[in-house]
Design a protein. Structure first.
Length: 372
């Protein structure tokens, strides 16, 4: 696979890595850096050339995102970038009408429109089959009431894909609708403060008699579960390809530090307690790479990858936390100082065990799939 994809973001490394400490402290979305993301072309990677995309495959898109994770130390911005690709663009390309594709895809790929998908609700993040946000038909419109919680990009988004219930709870009661910011009846809450990924804003949405034209539906009524399944496979693979890039860079920096830092007359990497930690970091990185690669191959081949996706998400997210903990420990005093960045990487890693379905939910899925 061409390394050109891995290095899409490399020319913009200086811009992407500017003012990290200040931006992390403020929790502000870095609008100037978004310009670099747009210029890099990474947002076009998986989309069809008919709409201005690069036409890349699933593994190729993952490679590009891995490179972004490796190059950019702003993990929040990277996470918002992955969300931009997968939240609306991917389902619109696969399920929407030609009119919706032509209207929205070019602006999504350009980054002119920032997007978000609204799935999670306060009453249950992973229980998508029992949403409380409901929509009923009124002529050529849907009328939506309810609310959403923990929505990545929502405070800055121009376009949302809403997952709403149009029938009874269950897989055939879910429908997806496109709505633009500023539509009467849609209220966007402020950015919520959080432990990590602080430059990727999350917030709440509320719907009060929100009227959405039926023409803004993505897929058929009641086919929202098919849309969700298509999106979530790629959300895991894209988002944790970023993580793989971040883990790889962290490993390389920790090796360099262990070679350069001396204690009691020799590099600390010569001590078994340190070298074994780094060996474990290496194994976790390569294990994450293998799970991502193999699972992507199954998804692209159209094979059943339900167990693989649950395992991949759990393995990579937990490996990310552990390698970040190890890196902080090996860097010692520097590891806990904000100016050196390792403590930020640890904070950023924690959310990965929760978003896109927590580790506990993933283990439940695996247990069910193996007959327990």
């Amino acid at each position: 696979m061409s390394d050109d994809l891995f290095h899409l973001a490399t020319p913009w490394a200086d811009e992407l890595n500017a003012n990290l400490q200040e931006l992390d402290a403020s929790g502000a979305f870095p609008q100037d850096k978004w310009k670099a993301i747009r210029s890099s072309g990474i947002l076009r990677t998986p989309f069809h050339p008919d709409f201005g995309g690069s036409g890349r495959s699933l593994p190729e898109t993952m490679r590009a995102l891995e490179g972004l994770g490796y190059t950019s130390r702003d993990a929040g911005l990277s996470f918002s970038t992955s969300t931009q690709i997968v939240s609306v663009g991917i389902p619109v390309q696969r399920f929407a009408t030609q009119e919706l594709k032509e209207r929205y895809l070019p602006k999504i790929m350009d980054g002119e429109l920032i997007t978000a998908h609204a799935i999670t609700e306060e009453s249950g993040g992973s229980d998508a089959m029992n949403l409380s946000t409901v929509a009923h038909r009124d002529g050529d419109h849907y009328v939506v009431n309810g609310g959403k919680m923990f929505i990545t990009n929502s405070p800055i988004a121009d376009l949302f894909l809403l997952y709403v219930r149009t029938g009874k709870p269950g897989p055939f009661g879910l429908t997806t609708l496109l709505v633009e910011t500023g539509t009467p009846g849609l209220s966007v809450g402020p950015t919520m403060d959080k432990i990590g990924l602080r430059t990727s804003p999350i917030g709440t949405l509320s719907f009060d008699e929100l009227r959405i034209p039926v023409a803004q539906r993505v897929g058929q009524e009641g086919a929202g579960f098919l849309v969700l399944d298509h999106v979530m496979k790629r959300e895991v693979l894209f988002g944790f390809s970023l993580t793989l890039g971040e883990m790889t860079r962290r490993l390389e920096e920790t090796i360099d530090f262990a070679r350069a830092r001396t204690q009691f007359g020799q590099p600390i990497g010569k001590y078994q307690a340190v070298s074994h930690k780094i060996a474990d970091m290496k194994m976790r990185v390569e294990t994450a790479r293998k799970w991502l690669t193999d699972t992507a191959a199954k998804v692209e081949a159209g094979q059943d990858a339900a167990l693989d996706l649950a395992a991949t998400k759990t393995i990579v997210s937990e490996a990310n936390v552990q390698t970040a903990l190890d890196a902080v420990q090996i860097h010692g005093g520097r590891g806990v100082l904000t100016e050196h960045g390792m403590e930020r990487e640890l904070r950023n890693s924690i959310a990965g065990t929760i978003y896109s379905g927590s580790s506990e939910i993933q283990r439940n899925r695996i247990a069910t799939l193996i007959g327990l």
